[in-house]
Ligand binder design. Sequence first.
Ligand code: LR7
Ligand code: MN
Length: 518
Amino acid sequence: IGEKKSVCPILEADWDDLWDQFDERRYLNAKKWRVGDDPYKLHAFNQRESERISSNRAIPDTRHLRCTLLMYCRDLPPTSIIITFHNEARSTLLRTIRSVLNRTPMNLIKEIILVDDFSNDPGDCEELIKLPKVKCLRNDQRQGLVRSRIRGADVAQGTTLTFLDSHCEVNRDWLQPLLHRVKEDYTRVVCPVIDIINLDTFSYIESATELRGGFDWSLHFQWEQLSPEQKAQRLDPSEPIRTPIIAGGLFVMDKSWFNFLGKYDMDMDIWGGENFEMSFRVWMCGGSLEIVPCSRVGHVFRKKHPYVFPDGNANTYIKNTKRTAEVWMDEYKQYFYAARPFALERPFGDIESRLDLRRKLRCQSFKWYLENVYPELRVPKDSSIQKGTIRQRQKCLESQRRKNQEVSNLKLRPCVKIKGEDAKSQIWAFTYTQQIIQEELCLSVITFFPGAPVVLVLCKNGDDKQQWTKTGSRIEHMASHLCLDTDLFGDGTENDREVVVNPCESSLMSQHWDMESH
Ligand code: LR7
Ligand code: MN
C-alpha cells in the first residue's frame, strides 16, 4: 500500500493582491438580506448566515490521513472550471469561486467559466469578471443546467472540464487527485466526495466516504453504502470507488471524451435526470465513473428548489428521466414505467438523434450495464401496472390538487366520467413497490392513530409510510397496520367524507374498496 506516486512540489498562488481589485463589500451589499425578511425565502438556505460568514473562510480538512501522503503527477494539464447558476445568492457564488482560487494551484486553472442562466440581475455574474481567471457568459433566456453546461463546455480552452454547482466550497488539494485519474485514463469520469455545508448554519460537515451513487427503478438518485465485500476489498482508503451513477453536479471529464460521447442531451430542461443519462452513457459506451476519496468538495444541500420550473417541477423531471429511459434502458424501461405509471402518457420530445448517437458509438446494452456495473439493482419479478379508480360503492377516491403545492387533499367524491373517461383526479396506480400513486404523489399516513388522515405527498421509495397491501377488499397501511377508511368529518355531509385510517374491521362497509381498472 505504501508506494508513493510521482513527486511534484506545487506553488500555491497568492491571490490577495488581485482580490483587492474587486470590491467585495459593494458586490455583496447590493443584494443583502434585509432585517424582517425571511432569510430562506430566496434561496431555500439561510442567506443571512451565509452573508455573515466570510467568503474567505477556513474549513476542516476532511480527507483520510493517507491522502496527505500522496503526491500527484507534475504535469497535470490545466482545467476549465464551469459553474452554471440561476439566481444563486451572491455570497455562496463568491465563496465557491474564492475557495477554488484559495485551494487550487494556479497552474491547474485554465479559467473559471461562469454561465449565468438568465438570472434576474446580470450584475451577479458580470461584476465577477474582475476576479482572476473568471469569465462570464449570460444566457438571454432560461436554458436549464444542461444547455448551460454545454455552452460553457463549448468555449472551454482546457483539455479537461471541471463542473461545480454554484454553492460549493472546495477543500484542500481537491483538484489534483481528480486530474490525476483522468490523465492516467481519459475515459474516467471522476467525482470528489461531497461534504455537507449545512443549510442553516453553513458549518462544513464531513460526509461518509464509503458511499457510492445508486438508484431505484423510479430513477431517483440515492447514496448507497458499499457492501461488506466491497468494503473488505478496499485495503487502501484513498483508493477510488467505482460508482454506478454520479450525483451529477461535481465532476471532471476529459473535454474530447465529453464531446465524443455526445456532451449531454440538449433537450433536457432546467434540472434533473441528466446525471442518469450521463452515467448510463459513460458506462455503456466505454468509460467508467468513480469517486475519489482524496478529493473533497462541500455542497449546500437543500430541501427544495428555490427557483421556478417554467413547465412545473414534476413535468420537467419526468420528461428528462423518460428521455433517459427511452434512449438507454432497452426493455428494462418497463420497470421504470411500473414504478412511475403516470410517466407513460407524458410527452418527452424527439429522441432520434440520441438513439443515433447510441448506435454510432456502438454502446453496450442496459442488460450489460446491470450485469457488469450494477448487479445490486434487483430486477422486479412483476412489472404489471394496476391502474384505475378506487371505489367505495358509488364514490371514488379523488385528489384535490392545488397548483404548485406538493401536498394535496384527498376526498371521497362521487365518481366522475368525462367523455366516457374516468376523471384524472380519480385515477390511481397500485405499483409493485406497493405504493398507491397518482402522478408523482403517493397516499401516505404521517402519524398513526385511529382516524389519522391519509394524505398525498411526493413519492419516496422505501418509505413504509407510503406502502399498502390489498387483502381481499381491504387496503391495509403497512407501517401502522391500520386500514383505509372514511369518516364523516369535513362538512359532515355524505358527499364530503374524509379519507382516514382506522383499525381493520372486515364487517365495515367503509373499509370495503374496489379497484376498477382503467
Ligand atoms: O435552470 C437552472 N439553471 C441552472 O444553471 C437550474 C439550476 N441551475 C444551476 C444551479 O444554480 C446550480 O448551480 O445548476 C446547479 C444545480 O442545481 P441545484 O443546486 O438546484 O441542484 P441540486 O444540487 O439539488 O442537484 C443535483 O442534481 C442535479 C440534477 O439535475 C444536478 O446534477 C446538480 O448539479 C446536482 N448537484 C450535485 O450533484 C451536488 C451534490 C448533490 C447530491 C447528491
Ligand atoms: Mn446544488
